[in-house]
Design a binder for this molecule. Structure first.
Ligand code: ZN
Length: 214
């Protein structure tokens, strides 16, 4: 009810075109029709396979930037919905027991006010009735992967992630969620850490993929 009243005073806007949308929608009908809803399966340079809801085109890119850097948190609903649809389309909803996300350092998370991947992961967990929790921590800041070449990207993520002190990933089948996959090095390193911790299986998913088709 409160959400409905708020939506009259502060109407929600489509994450992809900024048009005002009706209460209950997560994006406008035009964008919903136009967005490619076939899950993308990317084979990354880092050797991991990642399932993504969207290609990282200009519309999705702008929406994710607004979400991450301007705090347009409403956008997470559309991303989570798209990830849930991808999971159902591929029939993998019974292939994981717990959901987790690529962590930020505490400092970065405090600066941003939230972890963009966590919010989406929690919504996916709610939808499937599965737990979502922080299994990984980022123990130190590294350079922005954006500014580095392939070899540097690989080195840049080494030793940056660890298992959270209270987490036990032994024997777990984990769904790992990030916002964007590019070379896959961040996800590959997170997978390494989880596997070393004893995880049985890890499925990697991202909202968008910027991996070029080969
Ligand atoms: Zn739209």
């Amino acid at each position: 009810m409160i959400e409905r009243i708020l939506s009259i005073i502060f109407p929600n806007r489509c994450p992809y075109c900024d048009r005002i949308i009706k209460f209950g929608l997560t994006e406008c009908e035009e964008c919903f029709d136009e967005l490619d809803k076939t899950p993308s399966i990317s084979h990354t340079d880092a050797g991991i396979t990642c399932i993504s809801a969207f290609r990282y085109d200009s519309r999705v890119r702008r929406s994710i930037l607004n979400y991450k850097f301007k705090g347009v948190s409403f956008n997470a609903k559309s991303y989570a919905k798209a990830l849930c649809s991808a999971i159902e389309a591929l029939g993998i909803e019974d292939d994981f027991d717990i959901i987790t996300f690529v962590p930020l350092t505490k400092r970065r998370e405090n600066e941003r006010g939230f972890n963009q991947s966590r919010k989406v992961a929690e919504m996916v967990g709610e939808y499937f009735g599965k737990p979502c929790s922080a299994l990984l921590e980022k123990t130190r800041n590294n350079k922005n992967q954006h500014d580095l070449n392939l070899q540097q990207r690989r080195e840049n993520v080494k030793g940056v992630y660890g298992i959270c002190k209270k987490a036990d990933v032994g024997g777990m089948r984990i769904l790992l969620i990030d916002d964007i996959v590019t070379t896959g090095n961040t996800m590959a390193e997170c997978c390494n850490v989880l596997r070393t911790g004893g995880a049985e299986n890890i499925i990697c998913m991202s909202v968008a993929t910027a991996v070029q088709d080969k």
